[in-house]
Design a protein around this ligand. Structure first.
Ligand code: HEM
Length: 425
């Protein structure tokens, strides 16, 4: 790799950058609030190659450029947390290799594919996952969210993660066509499987995640077989019907898509709700403003996504020798796009560290960019908007009723518990 600074500066710069990364990812303070470390990286070394070989990007434009550049894509090493994994023991490496091998044998979800396979899969899935289908979910989102508001009202509050976190799982359950009686089971399975995305995942975490994936896979194989015989109005039936120039999704591809939708759409959206409440509690004057001006709710949700992004880390691998914002990288190099840092880039957002619900400066990087841009972005936004509009409509006040408990996760950032007290109108 080539860098412009002299060699001695490179060493001290690299040590300093690695220290920033350790502070950011492995200390309670860093995990609680990575923003100061993002700022240090962005100010001192915006294109930083760590001793691990991975290149870290913190500027909005750099992240966007890499995510939109097809010289960078999904490589096995960065298909999950392996590129940043903390545990590099032999046992862990063997487990990850076996996991990769199992993945290679089954159909991959679109998240792990490059063109042309990604293009085919995404375009087939998009025929069923249409903006019309998502807009058609609005009434459902609203009534599912209202049920959760009732639960809050009944007890004068409670843990918002536990109670409002039902909204995303219920919405995906209904969209995909999972019977209501199984939604609770899926909430546990998805939570267990999502840990595999974390750099700090232990071997036990990964083993439990594999079991959870296996259970979801088996469940959807049965559901897909049922829908083949008796189609309904749901997304699985839609995916089974889609055909483009004689090309159709196989049953296994429909299964991998259903598992992906649950994995990608549940915890992320739960974190949007939890992090959004956290942002309001930490910024009381903005909290007050939102209750005074509920018409700002759509912008407020956009600002929640930006200020405390539910997904903080994304990445790509170099599919060929290439350059990243002036740094030459060889084929296979890992590029880590720190989405949470990009969202605080002062070159993109004025007074970027301030939480301002009336900000209207374009989309955050929270849903990534380019060919893997989040397929569920509008669904997630609709859920966030319905939940916060519902809270304002139903309660004259929603206040913090205890400490916010962090989940200690870096990739999918969120709270374990957000205790609230509500006053019904
Ligand atoms: C606030 C909530 C959400 C956030 C922050 C979020 C974020 C992201 C990000 C950053 C990616 C890009 C991953 C990459 O570059 O490799 C992504 C991809 C994806 N998301 Fe979301 N997501 C959210 C909600 C949802 C929902 C509700 C669904 C659907 C039910 C969903 C479905 C997907 C799918 C299918 C992909 C893969 C797209 C592809 O590979 O072409 N997401 N999401």
């Amino acid at each position: 790799m080539t860098q412009t600074e002299p060699a001695t500066d490179n060493i001290s710069l690299q040590q300093r950058g690695d220290e920033y990364l350790i502070n950011m990812m492995m200390t309670p303070e860093g995990i609680d609030d990575p923003a100061p470390w993002y700022k240090k990286l962005r100010d001192d070394m915006p294109v930083f190659q760590s001793a691990s070989g991975s290149v870290f990007l913190t500027r909005y434009e750099d992240c966007r450029a890499v995510l939109r550049d097809n010289r960078f894509g999904k490589v096995e090493r960065n298909a999950d947390a392996t590129m940043l994994a903390v545990d590099k023991s032999d046992e862990m490496t063997k487990f990850r290799q076996a996991q990769q091998e199992r993945r290679r044998q089954g159909p991959q979800s679109m998240l792990f594919l490059n063109p042309p396979d990604h293009t085919r899969m995404r375009s087939l899935v998009s025929r069923a996952f249409t903006p019309r289908r998502i807009e058609g979910m609005r009434a459902s989102i609203s009534s599912l969210s209202e049920e959760c508001m009732d639960a809050l009202a009944e007890h004068g509050g409670g843990d918002a993660i536990d109670i409002l976190g039902w909204v995303p799982i219920n919405v995906i359950g209904e969209l995909v066509g999972v019977p209501r009686s199984d939604w609770a089971r899926f909430r546990d399975l998805v939570t267990t499987s999502a840990v595999s995305l974390e750099p700090t995942a232990t071997l036990d975490d990964l083993k439990s995640a594999e079991v959870a994936f296996g259970e979801m896979w088996g469940y959807f194989l049965d559901l897909v077989a049922e829908r083949r015989v008796m189609p309904g109005e749901d997304l699985i039936s839609g995916l089974l019907e889609v055909e483009v120039d004689g090309d159709k999704l196989s049953d296994a591809e429909v299964v991998s898509t259903a598992v992906l939708l649950f994995g990608a759409g549940m915890e992320t959206t739960q974190n949007l709700i939890g992090n959004g409440l956290g942002a309001l509690f930490k910024n009381p004057e903005q909290h007050h403003k939102l209750w005074e001006q509920p018409e700002l709710v759509d912008l407020a949700v956009e600002e929640m996504l930006r200020w405390d992004s539910p997904v903080q880390i994304d990445g790509r691998g170099a599919l060929e020798d290439a350059d990243v914002a002036g740094l030459d990288v060889p084929k296979g190099a890992s590029i880590v796009t720190l989405l949470g840092a990009a969202n605080r880039d002062p070159a993109q957002f004025s007074n970027a560290d301030a939480f301002d619900i009336a900000r209207n400066e374009g989309p955050p990087m929270s849903f990534a960019s380019g060919i893997h841009f989040c397929l569920g972005a509008n669904l997630a936004r609709a859920e966030g908007q319905e939940v916060f509009a519902g809270l304002i409509r139903r309660f004259s006040s929603v206040t913090q009723a205890g400490p916010l408990v962090n989940r200690n996760r870096m990739t999918l950032r969120g709270y374990e518990a957000v205790p609230v007290e509500v006053t019904p109108r």
